[in-house]
Design a protein around this ligand. Structure first.
Ligand code: OFO
Length: 165
């Protein structure tokens, strides 16, 4: 069993992952209505990934004898001025998540909970990938600017965008 501080931190994080999943889902839906088939698939897939991140935390908390609490998550903003605005928001969101993961890692060391420290390393790696991926899409959007042809190609090719390891 872990300390109360660790349990509270992990529960907060699982709810952030849930919020991330809902955020990506609402964005995917908005993008789908705009007719960007590739970008909406990218976002729907990512919503699913975030749900997996939440599940991983739930399973870990239960395995360690803790008790899971799932909040009611409400995504209020469902409209964006542009695709670029949407991805900027996503990038800020992922940076916020990275910061929270780092704080949890710090807490696990303070509490000398090396099981949790070890468990969190997966999330540390994941956040490096996620920030890089969203930044890459954003960089491409900066490059394209207002060019509709460029956006059409990005929508077509987004499924092939991945981070080189
Ligand atoms: Fe996009 O983040 Fe989960 O961890």
């Amino acid at each position: 069993m872990f300390s109360d501080k660790i349990q509270i931190g992990l529960i907060k994080q699982l709810n952030r992952e849930y919020e991330s999943s809902q955020l990506y889902l609402s964005m995917a839906s908005w993008v789908e209505k705009k007719g960007f088939e590739g970008i909406c698939e990218f976002l729907y897939d990512h919503s699913h990934e975030e749900r997996m991140h939440m599940l991983k935390l739930i399973r870990y908390i239960n395995k360690r004898g803790g008790n899971v609490v799932i909040d009611n998550v409400c995504i209020k903003k469902i409209t964006y001025g542009s695709l670029k605005e949407l991805f900027k928001k996503l990038f800020e969101h992922e940076k916020k998540i990275s910061n929270k993961i780092n704080l949890l890692v710090e807490l696990s060391l303070k509490e000398k909970d090396f099981f949790t420290y070890n468990f969190l390393q997966w999330y540390v790696e994941e956040q490096i990938e996620e920030e890089a991926l969203i930044r890459m899409v954003l960089d491409k959007m900066e490059l394209i600017g207002e060019d509709r042809g460029g956006l059409y190609l990005l929508d077509r090719d987004i499924k092939n965008i991945h981070i080189k390891k």
